[in-house]
Design a protein around this ligand. Structure first.
Ligand SMILES: Cc1cc2nc3c(=O)[nH]c(=O)nc-3n(C[C@H](O)[C@H](O)[C@H](O)COP(=O)(O)OP(=O)(O)OC[C@H]3O[C@@H](n4cnc5c(N)ncnc54)[C@H](O)[C@@H]3O)c2cc1C
Length: 468
């Protein structure tokens, strides 16, 4: 293993994943993380017998690179799969209605009117769209009709991405659906052909977390041999000096600086913008314009005997037209029973997002009151909450709004003229843990290729010094 030749700023899953993949190539890495522990948004809390997640609570995977990380970090024995038989629900006219996963059930579902179902079947006849940069709403309305957009896609985009389907770019948030249209001219036809040809992913899809929660993944990545993690290091400036990068950081009032040939920024877009504004104003502005939605996560623990609903699913999403205060509710103890004592239930509710950003400012008590008053009739709750916890993220999720791919391409173009500088954060190519692990792999490959082809960036020895 070579001594650290890459410095990564930010020890969230994006930075940790890049470091892990670089280390697998024998490339030495150092991470500077501002917080006193790694993980960024991801953190598991264990309190009063309940295990809750501050942000990502599960991984929905179909990528072999993610399997490789789990296997090689020794996390296989801690992997906890979601029960595949669990249903998915949507709120429809004040009730929970199961989401059909296959075409016959979809046609029989009360979620959609007969005209909506006929419109859905006509999808196969709809010509390919001409615009690459259309919004989710335009794309889904055009292909599947208005009702499918309102009842199914709107809750998905609002509930899982905190975003707005009218503004989110379809190819950025639904890349696989857009690819089906491009390739086959129809989503339904594309899915059918893929099924018949068994051209579905060679890798089996699964949904999982870990015994002890998502922090297990963070701890495993942070302990990677060859990766030096320095916490409490808040980077304050990044300056290009000749053919290397000078990075200055503050750790508990002490100033540090380091010159490195290769630098990865795995910080949120606005922080990366501040750090790079002096080096490249155009790049700084492109990053600064990326907006984030605030999100609040409310965890409610209560005795299972006080809930009438069988909770035979993963939880439910809420469409805009249902007018509830929150975007989605996950039945965490059903997904992963280890997260509560056997006779207890943990319900995790996601609030805020583009739909209701102001809710993140409500007090814990107000949030619990509002949510419980809406959950009670839906789930038949008679018990009182015995555990309440709120996690707030002012900078929750980046919004892939507007002509987002074009923005990312412009960012890549600016980076071409800044050798040795790389970006990897959840504002690029997917917010999920799966995509973060995968993008870490892609970036590490790119850096390794440059190193192996003998790219010379560095005329000075890498150094790490106390500035004063
Ligand atoms: C409520 C919520 C629920 C979610 N649920 C899921 C889910 O179930 N499944 C899923 O796959 N995904 C989920 N996600 C998405 C996923 O959790 C995030 O996209 C991902 O964790 C972001 O990782 P990141 O490393 O890109 O950013 P971050 O986690 O934000 O990491 C950035 C890091 O940079 C550090 N930093 C910032 N400034 C500096 C500085 N100046 N110097 C040094 N370090 C600095 C920060 O301290 C932080 O550690 C969820 C997100 C939210 C908000």
């Amino acid at each position: 293993m070579s001594s650290a030749s890459v410095l990564i700023i930010g020890g969230g899953i994006s930075g940790l994943s890049t470091a892990w993949w670089l280390a697998q190539q024998g490339i030495g890495v150092e991470i500077w993380e501002a917080d006193d522990q790694p993980g960024g948004l991801i953190r598991t809390t264990r309190e009063a017998g309940y295990t809750s997640e501050r942000a990502a609570g599960l991984v929905v995977n179909f990528r072999k690179e993610v399997d490789q990380v789990i296997l090689q970090t020794g996390l296989m024995r801690r992997k906890r799969l979601r029960d595949e038989s669990l249903k998915r629900y949507l709120v429809h006219r004040g009730d929970l209605v199961e989401v059909p996963m296959l075409m016959p059930a979809l046609l029989a579902s009360p979620l959609w009117s007969l005209p909506a179902k006929l419109r859905l079947m006509a999808e196969i006849l709809i010509p390919r769209g001409r615009r690459d940069d259309e919004s989710v709403s335009t794309f889904i309305r055009r292909r599947l009709g208005r009702e499918i957009l309102d009842t199914a896609m709107d809750p998905f985009v609002s509930g899982t991405l905190a975003s707005d389907p009218d503004l989110a770019e379809a190819r950025s948030v639904l890349p696989r659906l857009k690819a089906l249209e491009r390739r086959y001219g129809s989503l339904i036809l594309g899915m059918m052909i893929n099924r018949v040809l068994k051209r579905r992913r060679a890798n089996k899809a699964d949904t999982f977390s870990f015994s002890g929660g998502m922090s297990a993944l963070i701890e495993a990545l942070a302990a990677t041999p060859g990766v030096t993690l320095r916490c409490g290091m808040r980077v304050e400036s990044v300056i290009r000096k000749g053919d290397c990068w000078q990075v200055k950081a503050d750790q508990a009032g002490v100033q540090y600086q380091k010159w490195v040939p290769r630098l990865v920024l795995s910080t949120p877009a606005d922080i990366s913008a501040d750090l790079l504004m002096q080096t490249d104003t155009v790049l700084g502005r492109l990053l600064a314009q990326i907006a984030y939605a605030p999100v609040a996560v409310l965890h409610i623990g209560l005795p299972s005997s006080g809930i009438k609903h069988p909770l035979d699913g993963t939880g439910f999403l809420v469409s805009r037209e249902n007018g509830l205060a929150f975007n989605g509710n996950l039945w965490m103890s059903r997904l992963f029973p280890e997260r509560t004592p056997t006779d207890r239930t943990l319900l995790t509710t996601y609030l805020g997002g583009v739909r209701h950003p102001q809710q993140v400012d409500l007090s814990d008590e107000q949030l619990a009151t509002v949510v419980l008053s809406e959950l009670k009739p839906l789930l038949g709750i008679t018990a009182s909450a015995e555990y309440v916890r709120v996690d707030r993220h002012r900078r929750g999720l980046p919004l892939y709004h507007g002509q987002y791919q074009a923005r990312l391409e412009k960012i890549e173009h600016r980076l071409d003229s800044l050798p040795g500088l790389y970006l990897n954060g959840n504002y690029q190519h997917g917010v999920s843990v799966r995509e973060r692990l995968y993008q870490g792999h892609r970036l590490a490959q790119k850096i390794a290729v440059k190193l192996n082809t003998g790219e010379r960036l560095f005329s000075r020895e890498p150094s790490f010094v106390l500035a004063r």
